[in-house]
Design a binder for this molecule. Structure first.
Ligand SMILES: Nc1ncnc2c1ncn2[C@@H]1O[C@H](COP(=O)(O)OP(=O)(O)OP(=O)(O)O)[C@@H](O)[C@H]1O
Ligand SMILES: [Mg+2]
Length: 299
């Protein structure tokens, strides 16, 4: 089995909610991402997916828990400082809405080359511009866009620029937080195919956050299901889709539309009524298939 690249242990983060209350956005979440693996995280809006992604990228400091990247405790300030270069070069993130995450006053070629400039990486193809051009072609963008500004591109093109920028650093870990949610369906499919192709070619480890379960099934080796900040199930993709164990996972899977109109009409989506009770035991019910159980049955 491949060695772990990222280990998240007991990750917990709460945001203040008014004066006294707090909101547990992420509650004792633990998982491991192996080298070369694609791990999906799914869950409804507000379940804590982006909070986890931000903690993994050091964009947010969790209240408790540990995040180890190649064994480096990234939440420990000294360990982070001592390994800053590696951590910043090897981990890249792609956000949902590249329109707002790309600097609108920079040209595409400078946007793509910026991480290399910041990290003082010598461009393997001679110049930063040549490097940007290579990456652009690689993600299926015409080199004619090199001197354009993000505002002159479509949503799908901007997302490709964001991907090219992330790939320019040849990351070990790519975190994508709903990278296609803001795009048209046909463009979504193109970008998802691109991810699959890139991942197969580069073999980077991929934490893929999504709403769309069909995409997750297509792309991911394993999937974790979040509900109200807690991981309720984690399993190899085939096992999760064939035999979901937690009632919330079942409800989530029952919400996937069926392409056949007759079957679709007969489909009865399940409803999961939260909240989850406190506690529960993380139990392996099949090889590598874990579920949060309470007492004798699923929570
Ligand atoms: N900066 C913040 N301040 C206060 N509350 C926050 C903040 N960021 C997130 N939250 C809250 O934490 C919870 C988890 O948010 P998070 O963004 O992680 O969810 P998500 O699973 O990514 O949702 P979505 O699918 O809508 O992107 C939500 O209830 C959200 O309102
Ligand atoms: Mg989010």
């Amino acid at each position: 089995m491949a060695e772990p690249l990222l280990e998240v242990r007991g990750l917990t983060h709460a945001f203040p909610l008014g004066r006294r209350a707090v909101l547990r956005a992420v509650d004792h979440v633990s998982f491991t991402l192996r080298r070369g693996e694609v791990l999906g995280l799914v869950g409804e809006s507000g379940s804590g997916k982006s909070t986890i992604a931000r903690c993994v990228m050091n964009l947010l400091r969790p209240q408790s828990g540990q995040i180890l990247y190649r064994g480096i405790d990234i939440c420990d300030r000294r360990a982070f400082r001592a390994n800053r270069r590696t951590l910043q070069a090897e981990r890249q993130i792609i956000f949902q809405d590249s329109g707002s995450s790309l600097n609108g006053r920079m040209r595409v070629c400078d946007i793509i080359a910026e991480p290399m400039r910041i990290q003082h990486v010598r461009p393997p193809r001679g110049s930063y511009r040549a490097e940007a051009e290579f990456q652009m072609r690689y993600v299926g963008l015409d080199a004619g866009y090199l001197d354009k500004y993000p505002g002159e591109l479509s949503g799908g093109q901007r997302q490709r620029v964001a991907i090219a920028r992330a790939l320019s650093m040849e990351p070990e870990l790519l975190v994508a937080d709903e990278p296609v949610a803001s795009l048209d369906v046909s463009i979504q499919a193109q970008i998802i195919n691109l991810f699959r192709h890139l991942q197969e070619e580069h073999g980077f480890s991929f934490l893929f956050i999504a709403h769309d379960l069909a995409v997750v099934e297509f792309l991911c080796d394993r999937v974790g299901v979040l509900y109200q900040g807690r991981l309720v199930e984690l399993a190899p993709t085939a096992s999760l889709f064939a035999a979901p164990q937690h009632p919330y996972t079942r409800a989530l899977l029952s919400s996937i539309p069926i392409p056949d109109p007759r079957l679709e009409r007969a489909r009865r989506p399940l409803v999961f009524e939260g909240p989850l009770p406190d506690g529960g035991t993380w139990t392996e019910v099949a090889p590598e298939h874990y579920v949060l159980l309470e007492g004798g049955g699923a929570v």
